[in-house]
Design a protein around this ligand. Structure first.
Ligand code: 5RP
Length: 227
């Protein structure tokens, strides 16, 4: 079992009977979905699942997890997802996949948000390894890019082999390189206030618990005000 599978299994073991569980997107979240489905089969655990993306919905339903749509939910117990970067205060950078809108809605609405990571995801500040993904309305991408440029922030429109990357929310993604003196809280404020931005990859004050797997061991870190 590799570290992603281990951390997925550790999180799945924490799920209790009757919980409504949000399913994240990405290779680590997939390991959690598999481990959860396995527990449901072998232990008769009953959960209701809600997916953060069409991809995780397809995986969950192929594994027999009972899914409800986001529209049907008024609350959920826990949201479980991976991250691209985890800072010491448990601020996250997410969105190298491209389903930030539903991911952040679920992370915020859940009673708890558990993040699954391995050591490679630990950084001293978000944005250390990856640019910050910013989902923008397609008609606004150039104007948002100009506003970023005016603040000295370079950004690139995300392109795939098939053309401009389109998220499951129908938005484009700008990958923005904030200079290191921009702190996560300032980036969060700036992007939340920028018209044309639909969502962005800074997840501030959202994670309750981060599970970090390293060489077969899992460490748990809690945000101090949740401890
Ligand atoms: C998707 C995400 C993913 O959780 C993040 O990219 C981590 O993915 P992986 O578990 O494959 O490393 O934020 O938007």
């Amino acid at each position: 079992m590799d570290d992603k599978q281990l951390v997925g299994l550790s999180a799945a073991r924490k799920i209790q009977d009757g919980m409504t569980v949000g399913l994240g997107t990405g290779s680590t979240a997939n390991c959690f979905i598999e481990a959860l489905a396995q527990r449901c089969r072998s232990e008769n655990l009953r959960v209701t699942a809600v997916a953060s993306s069409p991809i995780s919905a397809i995986q969950a339903s192929a594994l027999g997890l009972p899914l409800v749509s986001l529209e049907q939910l008024s609350k959920l117990d826990v949201y479980v997802d991976g991250a691209d970067e985890v800072a010491p205060d448990l601020t996250l950078l997410k969105g190298r996949g491209q389903d930030l809108v539903r991911e952040k809605i679920l992370a915020r609405a859940a009673g708890q948000f558990w993040v699954l990571a391995d050591r490679s995801k630990l950084v001293t500040r978000v944005g250390e390894k990856f640019p910050t993904p910013i989902e923008v309305w397609p008609f606004a991408w150039q104007l948002v890019q100009s506003q970023l440029k005016a603040e000295g922030i370079d950004s690139k429109l995300r392109i795939k082999e098939s053309g401009v990357a389109l998220t499951s929310a129908g938005t484009f993604v700008l990958d923005a390189q904030f200079p290191p003196f921009w702190e996560a809280a300032a980036i969060n404020r700036f992007l939340n206030d920028l018209p044309g931005v639909v969502e962005h990859g800074i997840f501030l004050n959202l994670a309750s618990l981060v599970l970090i797997a390293t060489d077969g061991q899992v460490e748990e870190r809690r945000r101090s005000n949740d401890a």
